[in-house]
Design a binder for this molecule. Structure first.
Ligand code: NAI
Length: 330
């Protein structure tokens, strides 16, 4: 099968070539998949896409016209794919539901610990011979209340890690995870998460109902000085509202690996360009904000798993038209 990769980076090529072992013809394009780049998929049976490719109806129609049969997401999230259009057009969509939930969970803690203990600032200071401690005061995690929104694969690991730090973990999800409860966590409503948590960590998917879950109204219900961590999807946070909360001190710290307008910036080297996004530029001016560019998944373990599961998904579809990792419209 010929598989056309979009938004492809050197590391995608490396891990997919290693997993493929010459079974399939792989072609790699750096450009994003969108209506205007569809023609690159000519002759391909499958396209392989990532989080910021635009797999909307016009793109899917273009793919269907070219005879493409499968859309393979090399990620877990699928909010960038119009599933209904794919189904109408007879295109099957598969994803990698879990490659390494530990990678994302561990990055969540890495962000929080870096931000809280001001390691991003002390790293630079020490390199310049500045060993002063002013401005580097952190707080103990032990004994704090941590609110986890979404206790699926990633959120439940994050909850356990916080339990390891001696935090009181409160969770919000439609489905309760028994092992977290047995380990001392409790499930509460969203209002309680907002009003009781010292740290709030987001791990639910981005859907219409969760878009801007963190907005001016929810921030106003939070404890003064709250720390918010988001390694899920940028659209969960109303960035302008969060900037307001940071300016008036209601939000004490913000650590994000995802940003609602990330698709025009992330995964590219834009260091020589003038930043066009004023909201993002404002975020970067806060000493108590830490941003990484959607790298929570980025470990050797995860990349190996992503490549092998994606190719297996396509092999399964080619074998009998079905795959356990297929995503369908509700
Ligand atoms: P999952 O599907 O295992 O868990 C999501 C959980 O959220 C489920 O338990 C679900 O019931 C719950 N949920 C749904 N709506 C909710 C709501 N309104 N309030 C509270 N909980 C709700 O997903 P997984 O693998 O844990 O991933 C979580 C998110 O992490 C994904 O949506 C994805 O967007 C993001 N992600 C980010 C990565 C990164 O590199 N930064 C990498 C991989 C995933």
């Amino acid at each position: 099968m010929k598989i056309a990769f979009f938004s492809s980076k050197r590391y995608d090529e490396k891990y997919f070539k290693a997993a493929n072992q010459s079974q399939h013809e792989l072609v790699f394009f750096e450009t994003k998949l969108a209506e205007r780049s569809v023609s690159l998929a000519e002759g391909a049976t499958a396209v392989c896409v990532f989080v910021n490719d635009h797999v909307d109806r016009p793109t899917l129609e273009g793919l269907a016209r070219l005879g493409v049969k499968y859309v393979a997401l090399r990620c877990a999230g699928f909010n960038n794919v119009d599933l209904e259009a794919a189904e109408n057009l007879g295109l099957k969509v598969v994803r990698v539901p879990a490659y390494s939930p530990h990678a994302v969970a561990e990055h969540t803690l890495a962000l929080l610990l870096t931000l809280n203990r001001r390691i991003h600032r002390s790293y630079n200071r020490v390199r310049e011979g500045n060993f002063a401690l002013d401005g580097l005061v952190g707080f103990d995690l032990h004994g704090l209340t941590v609110g986890i929104i979404g206790t699926g694969k990633i959120g439940s690991i994050v909850a356990s890690l916080f339990q390891g730090f001696g935090c009181q973990v409160i969770c919000h999800d439609k489905f309760e995870n028994e092992s977290l409860i047995l380990a001392g966590a409790s499930y509460v409503d969203l209002e309680t998460i907002f009003s009781q948590s010292d740290v709030i960590s987001l791990h639910c998917p981005l859907m219409e109902s969760t878009h801007h879950l963190i907005d001016a109204a929810s921030i106003s219900k939070m404890k003064k000085g709250v720390t918010i961590v988001n390694t899920s999807r940028g659209g969960l946070i109303d960035t302008a509202a969060v900037i307001g909360g940071l300016k008036n001190g209601h939000i004490g710290n913000l650590a994000i690996d995802v940003y609602e307008e990330e698709d025009s910036m992330f995964f590219e080297d834009q260091s020589a360009l003038v930043m066009q996004d004023d909201v993002f530029a404002r975020l970067l001016t806060f000493p108590n904000v830490l941003v990484t560019g959607h790298q929570a998944f980025f470990t050797d373990t995860a990349l190996t798993q992503i490549a092998s599961v994606t190719l297996q998904n396509l092999n399964d579809l080619a074998a009998d038209g079905s795959c356990k990792n297929e995503v369908k419209a509700d």
